[in-house]
Design a protein around this ligand. Structure first.
Ligand code: ADQ
Length: 470
């Protein structure tokens, strides 16, 4: 029996966006949450994704899960989502203080929408519900729920990195915002580095103290647990999809078009944290310095646009178009184009087939909380002829996938050398490295991640004195 089954209450998931039942789930997270919610019935609460003049609340029930979503008006959307979440927190937490555009009105909008979420959600809660809040959009949610008298267990998971305290203090009113993490019972992060950052920040900026068992005590006496829970993928499902993908026309077409050349693949949301300009530059350096590889390699970069209402994302798109055009113009021949740059989304089955067709997975974010693409690439490989992952040491995934070729994405020569090494690696070495990484992914899959977080959340109040109302 797992933690959710052992307790009587519903699971309530809260996230900025809700993956509705008929919506194609874009990431593994949506299916993981659905499975957790379906286990004993639950509620998924969040923004509907709609921006309207007259915001409404929408309710539906499907597959044993209640879905409740709310619309946002334009000001809320601009201040909370496009503003504070994506122009202050996202760049800062990805170590880009230069891109932070802090505006007081954005922070106010962020707090306003969190309060709106808290007010709507509080009315839907039952005393024995357990809440799991996701990501940087909703940091103060527990504190606002507590103000409304909610005493339920509440866990929080941060999907992006937590930077060093020296960066966090750049954010105006950071204590007011980040101090609210103490209102959760459990705060989960991807890596030990993130956890150390949280502990340091709490000790030195908030004036908190460490308690035995990885607990942190805020100055007002609140105690919360913090822990490392590296998110993962549904390893068996991805591997199965990759095996089955051979039949898919899209996958066959890609293979035919590549012929016997080596394919290097990158798959990322179009985001400045993913290190795409540096990656393009490293590939150009590879072609420049290793002329014998020209004609022999093709780099396929799949990068669906995201957050196009944020100027930095539009600029990045233009920059990459220019870079791809420049590299192709310089090196292409009538029968070979070195970079295929595709701004499109693909179904997961197709992506896993593409990963399997690629000799090299090139995953070089400048910072990434985890990076699921790295894990998907490994799980999609053919065990008899696996490809090689070249991975940034600044992705959370590098902590678990140490058997890959780790690089600093800013060091173009290091990336170029890793590509040469990956392209010429013996079958024996490829198999040994792949097996070691696959062992990790088979043991630590998405279900294990979800279960370990929920177990820890349920255990939190076993070590604290239960509050009288519980
Ligand atoms: P993301 O920044 O979105 O996630 P990532 O972890 O790589 O980054 O997840 C992206 C997901 O989208 C993957 O499952 C991938 O397959 C899918 N995807 C990407 N491009 C696609 C395309 N063209 N078509 C279809 N699917 C595509 C954030 C954090 C990460 C963290 C995750 C989960 O930034 O660090 O790993 O959340 O916690």
């Amino acid at each position: 029996m797992n933690a959710a089954q052992a307790s009587g209450g519903r699971l309530v998931v809260v996230s900025n966006r809700v993956a509705m039942p008929r919506e194609v789930a874009t990431g593994g997270l949506a299916s993981a949450m659905r499975a957790a919610l379906a286990e004993r019935g639950g509620l998924w609460f969040g923004w509907s994704g709609k921006v309207t003049e007259r915001p409404q609340m929408h309710r539906s029930h499907e597959g044993g899960i209640d879905y409740v979503t709310i619309d946002l008006d334009r000001a809320d959307y601009c201040d909370y989502y496009a503003g504070f979440a994506n122009r202050a927190l996202w760049p800062l937490f990805h170590y880009r203080p230069d891109l932070v555009d802090y505006q007081r009105s954005h922070l106010e909008g962020y707090l306003r929408v969190n309060r709106l979420f808290a007010q709507k959600l509080a009315k839907l809660l039952r005393p024995d519900d357990v809440l799991w809040v996701h990501d940087y959009h909703l940091i103060p949610l527990a504190a606002m729920l507590r103000e409304l008298g909610v005493r339920n267990r509440i866990g929080f998971f941060l999907h992006i990195p937590l930077p060093a305290a020296e960066l966090l203090i750049v954010l105006p009113r950071h204590r007011e915002l980040l101090g609210t993490l103490a209102s959760y019972d459990l705060v989960g992060l991807h890596t030990v580095r993130d956890l150390r950052a949280l502990e340091n920040y709490f000790l030195h900026e908030i004036g908190g103290a460490m308690r035995p068992g990885g607990r942190l005590r805020a100055p007002d006496g609140r105690v919360f647990q913090a822990g490392v829970f590296p998110i993962s993928i549904d390893t068996a499902a991805v591997a199965q999809a990759a095996r089955d993908s051979v039949k898919l026309p899209a996958v066959q077409q890609l293979k035919e078009s590549v012929q016997d050349r080596a394919l290097i693949i990158g798959v990322d949301r179009l985001d400045y944290s993913k290190g795409l300009p540096q990656r393009f530059a490293a590939f150009a350096q590879l072609l420049e310095e290793t002329p014998e590889l020209r004609q022999q390699v093709i780099y396929l970069q799949i990068a669906p646009p995201s957050r196009s209402d944020v100027p930095e994302y539009r600029n990045l798109r233009r920059e990459l178009e220019r870079a791809a055009g420049h590299i192709n113009g310089k090196y292409a021949t009538p029968d070979w184009v070195p970079i295929r740059y595709v701004n499109q989304s693909f179904p997961h089955e197709v992506l896993s087939g593409y990963y399997r067709a690629a000799r090299v997975g090139l995953v070089t974010p400048l910072r990434d909380g985890m990076n699921l693409v790295a894990k998907e690439y490994v799980a999609s490989q053919n065990p008899e002829d696996p490809g090689v992952l070249v991975l940034s040491r600044f992705a959370g995934a590098a902590q678990e996938l140490g058997d890959t070729l780790l690089v600093n994405p800013a060091d173009l020569t290091e990336v170029t050398e890793a590509l040469v090494r990956a392209l010429s690696m013996s079958l024996r070495e490829r198999k040994a490295r792949w097996r070691a990484m696959m062992d990790v992914l088979e043991k630590h899959d998405l279900t294990a991640w979800r279960e370990s977080f929920l177990e820890a959340l349920y255990a939190t109040r076993l070590v604290q004195a239960p509050s009288p109302a519980q």
